[in-house]
Design a protein around this ligand. Sequence first.
Ligand code: FMN
Length: 188
Amino acid sequence: MNGAERTRDGATDGDAVLRAIRTRRVVRALTDAPVEPERLRAVLDSARYAPHAGNRRLHRYVVVTRPGLLRALRMVSPGMLQHPAAAIVVCVDRARVRAYGFPEDNPGPFIDVGTAAATMLLAAHGLGLGAGPVTSFSRAAVAVLLGVPDGVRPELIVCLGHPSPQQPPPVHRRGGPAWDDLVRWEGF
Ligand SMILES: Cc1cc2nc3c(=O)[nH]c(=O)nc-3n(C[C@H](O)[C@H](O)[C@H](O)COP(=O)(O)O)c2cc1C
């Protein structure tokens, strides 16, 4: 479908994408229900469609669904305020980064963590799941818990679950800056 065609409810694809972007929120209030394997796979698959520096896939994704392991992850992740039913730990394979020829200080692989995470968060939202990123965790402890090999570093955790019916009201968007407060045209 190209941009001019409309779906049955009259929205264009572009409208649907914008609606998804605007309605996505970090969801921290989750039920105990497990995430269905097909939805989990769809979220993981979405990361392949994120833009990646050099079009290389230098990341590895560790999926955690075992309750005991999720509890252990929470214990070493002060930023994990939710009780996720599944977690996807996005890791940068630094050996592959070096082999690809990225200098140590090249931000590309870290930006890729963000593009993959943002894509998975939107995919989860589109699938009716609640999702939220966490970067406040002990990289060393998570690496030990998950058996992450030397040279591979956990950088971000995407928490997933079913949104609980009771959600806190969104606090920041109404009072936040308008887009044009953040933008300079044709130069800073
Ligand atoms: C790089 C990054 C790190 C984040 N780390 C955490 C975290 O450790 N714990 C957490 O609860 N939320 C974390 N967040 C979520 C932000 O707090 C959240 O996106 C922000 O408050 C805006 O809320 P919204 O996404 O619902 O609009 C992180 C977001 C980003 C982009």
